[in-house]
Each structure stands twice: as C-alpha cells, then as structure tokens.
Design a protein around this ligand. Structure first.
Ligand SMILES: Nc1ncnc2c1ncn2[C@@H]1O[C@H](COP(=O)(O)OP(=O)(O)OP(=O)(O)O)[C@@H](O)[C@H]1O
Ligand SMILES: [Mg+2]
Length: 360
C-alpha cells in the first residue's frame, strides 16, 4: 500500500520494508494519527527533562531580549520527539514555522528560494539535516551566520550572484545521525539537544495522556504493559496503544485492560522486551548464522534483507542500549542476553563474545 507520491522528492520511505509495528519510523498513513497525539506546548512534553530545561532557558532568554533565538539542533533516534519539539519551539515563540528536510532540498536553489521568502522571526525546521546536499549546506552556513543568501541569477558564463540580506530567523535542525553532520554546520548551532530513549515511567505518562486524547478507557496495568514494550520510544508507545484499542474494540469489551494489551501485543508479535520481528531476526542471524559475531553491519543487514541504514538507525541503538548487541572494533557481536532472549545457551567459556567495547 504505497500511495502515489507518498515519499515526496526525497524518497524517504524505506525500500521494500514493510514497517513493523515497533519500527521507530512512521509511514505516511500513520502521520495523521501521530499529529493528533503530538504535545503542543513544552509543559505537555513528557520526559527529556534536561533538554526541556535547556530549551526553555533559550526560549525565555530570547523572549526577554525580544529577538529570534539562536539556531537549535535536535538529535536522537527516530520517534523520540524531534519534530514535536521543533513545532513546540515555534509555538512557544508564537512564530510561524516553515518545514522542510534535507532530502527535499535537491539543489542549493531550492534552499535559496525558501530562505529568501522567510519572514522575520520565522522558525525554519530542517528535518534530516544530515542529508542536505553539499552546496545547500554551504549556503546554509552563510545564511545561519551572516543572515545573507547569494541568489544566482542567470546561467552559465552570464550568471551573477546577488547577495540578499535575510531577516533574523531561527533554524531548527533535526537529525538521527549527529555524527554525520560536518563540524562547520554543527558549530553554527547555539544549542544542541540530544534526545535519549524514555524510561518506562515516562512512556506510561505518554500513553496515559494519549488515551485521554483518544477518549479510550485505559487501565493502568495495560498502560504499564504498553509502556514497557515500546522500546523507549513515544511513537511506538502511541502506536501500540492504538493497536490495543483496536483489539479491545473488535475482540474485547472495549476496555483497555491488561488482557487486551497482552493479547494485542501477541497478535502483533511484539515480545515482552518490546522487540519485533526485525529485531529478533537481527539477533537470530547474529547468534545463529554468525556464531555471535563479530560481523560487519552491512553483512548483518544483508542477512536480514534490510538496508544498512535501517539496521543502524532503527534496530541497533535499542539493542545496544538493552545489552543485546555489542559494538566491537571488529563489528557487531551478540551479548549473552541475546542468546538467552532467543532461548539459546550463550557459548561456554567466553561469556558471549570476543572483545567488548563499552557495554553498559
Ligand atoms: N515527549 C513526548 N511526549 C509525548 N508524546 C511524544 C513525545 N515525544 C514524541 N511524542 C509522540 O511521538 C510521536 C513521534 O514523535 P516525533 O515525530 O516528534 O519524533 P521524531 O524524533 O521527529 O522522529 P523521526 O526521527 O522519525 O522524525 C509524536 O507524534 C508524539 O505523538
Ligand atoms: Mg521527525
């Protein structure tokens, strides 16, 4: 079911992968459902206390000075609230919001067109900013620092560039891969907020609020169950909640109780640690086919029939954080917990694998 034009110019959809229920990314049909559950103000935004405090300081200071705040960068795995925060920033500033993304800007000219039409104080949100083409990136450096854009008029030898002053505005960039951002771009952000996975308690609060918005009757036990199986990710928590609601309405009593939550999650193959089919496929390949590794990321991705980037951004961070997977100097390796999770015995003697780096 890939609707025409769903991916836009940037081809953002994952090739060939049906998005699993616990995939941290959201497909086009889901975005509307998500939009309805997005917190709109900073004080409705659950968790991420550190980033929230820092952000509110930046915003308050800007308000006190009556000026546009400095450019802000939000980084972290998919589904943790970067887009939500960007919208909140604009709302808190009562500023208009312009939304674009790295892949949507194919030429520097696309960016010049947006920049030259910005109003004073406008917030320009650039999603997936690590995917901006190089010439656009260079244009952005100048725009961010000097509030100027060089507009090229004409073509070939007759082309001339006309400098155009821009009103003060604020770039809010979002990236799932902060490591890919070139230093000169990173340095132009006055504030960098890194979002981390949410605790089960925070997700429980996310789910509780979403249930109120969805006008469903959620028992606390069911909320806890959903929260604990959501891979630390609000997007997944909300998605699981909607599937539990489906189950309760179609097969249950309409009430979202523990039994409904457990049954729905069983139907959708989300296990008690929140791992879905792809997560388990990665662990199974690692422990089975590669004897626990270490194995290169791209080899592992091929083994499960996925893009390397999908495994790297959507699967790996949570498996590492939960202590199932280890990043070693020679590749990815299975931790003892991975074997046990699959119902297997970790190999004797080695406690899992060879050189471990930074397991925590
Ligand atoms: N702190 C939060 N409190 C409540 N709900 C949240 C929070 N963060 C995210 N959400 C919910 O999760 C959904 C996904 O968040 P969002 O789209 O902001 O993620 P993202 O970081 O931009 O992901 P991606 O990298 O895939 O673009 C939102 O629609 C919102 O409903
Ligand atoms: Mg986003």
């Amino acid at each position: 079911m890939s609707g025409p034009g769903a991916a836009g110019p940037g081809q953002e959809d994952l090739p060939g992968s049906e998005q699993g229920l616990t995939s941290p990314e959201s497909g086009p049909p889901e975005r509307t459902a998500e939009a309805a559950l997005r917190p709109r103000r900073l004080d409705e935004f659950v968790g991420q206390q550190v980033v929230r405090d820092q952000l509110s300081l930046v915003l308050d200071a800007a308000a006190a000075r009556g000026r546009a705040p400095e450019h802000m960068l939000l980084s972290g795995p998919p589904g943790l609230g970067k887009t939500t925060l960007a919208m909140i920033i604009a709302a808190e500033l009562s500023a208009p919001l312009r939304i674009t993304s790295g892949p949507a800007i194919q030429h520097a000219g696309d960016l010049a067109a947006i920049l030259s039409s910005l109003d004073e104080g406008e917030v320009m949100f650039i999603d997936e900013i690590h995917r901006l083409p190089r010439p656009a990136e260079e244009m952005l450096y100048i725009a961010m620092e000097d509030f100027r854009v060089d507009v090229v008029v004409g073509k070939g030898v007759g082309a001339t560039s006309i400098p155009l002053d821009l009103p003060p505005f604020t770039v809010v960039g979002a990236t799932t891969r902060a490591g890919l951002l070139p230093a000169p771009l990173r340095d132009r952000f006055g504030f960098i907020g890194h979002l981390d996975f949410y605790s089960p308690q925070e997700l429980r609060e996310v789910v509780r609020r979403s249930a109120v918005r969805l006008e469903v009757d959620l028992e606390d036990s069911a909320g806890i169950e959903v929260a604990s199986r959501s891979r630390g990710t609000p997007r997944i928590a909300n998605r699981l909640l909607r599937r539990v609601r489906d189950w309760a309405q179609v097969r249950g009593s309409g009430r979202l109780d523990l039994a409904a939550a457990q049954e729905a999650l069983r139907v959708y193959e989300v296990d008690e640690r929140g791992l879905d089919r792809l997560d388990r496929a990665v662990l199974a390949a690692l422990c089975g086919r590669f004897d626990g590794g270490p194995v290169g990321l791209s080899t592992l991705a091929v083994a499960v029939g996925e893009e390397t980037e999908t495994v790297e951004t959507m699967v790996e961070p949570y498996l590492v954080r939960e202590g199932f997977l280890l990043r070693t100097a020679r590749g990815r390796a299975a931790a003892p917990a991975a074997w046990r999770h699959l119902g297997l015995e970790p190999p004797a003697g080695e406690e899992g694998t060879a050189p471990m780096l930074g397991r925590f």
